[in-house]
Design a protein around this ligand. Structure first.
Ligand SMILES: [Zn+2]
Ligand SMILES: [Zn+2]
Length: 138
């Protein structure tokens, strides 16, 4: 997919990913869950060169979470992205991007050891713990 755009609930912020496949992953860490009322589903567009803020960058509020920035729309509150400036790496809320989630391949769960027992996703996929070690047959 090329030049795929996504936006927050109110539309104040629009973001374009220049090039992407259909890969979606989830994160079960406590910060993502608290911020999003559950495990966040994300896309991984990588470096800032692969992203363009089409509209409303000034509407994004950054929460500095140790070495990473978590950006959300200050108008509607939608969680937008996680950004590690040192590594030049973005991960974004997959649900911003209608075109990507239409054909999404959901194939990775991160921080699986932090997942509370009350929910699970159906189906099999790769699961990594907080140290990025693979979890087999949980
Ligand atoms: Zn918004
Ligand atoms: Zn997380």
């Amino acid at each position: 997919m090329k030049n795929v755009t996504g936006h927050c609930v109110c539309g104040a912020v629009e973001i374009m990913i220049k090039e992407y496949g259909n890969f979606v992953y989830t994160c079960h860490c406590d910060t993502c869950r608290r911020m999003n009322s559950g495990p966040v589903l994300s896309v991984d567009p990588g470096p800032k060169e692969n992203i363009e803020f089409v509209r409303g960058k000034e509407a994004i509020t950054i929460y500095q979470d140790e070495e990473v920035e978590r950006g959300f729309c200050s108008v509607c509150g939608t969680y937008m992205y996680w950004h590690n400036p040192e590594r030049n790496h973005y991960c974004m809320n997959a649900e911003l991007f209608d075109e990507i989630i239409k054909e999404a391949a959901f194939n990775l769960e991160l921080f699986y050891d932090m997942k509370p027992a009350y929910y699970s996703f159906a189906g099999e996929r790769k699961k990594l713990d907080r140290n990025f070690n693979e979890i087999k047959n949980d």
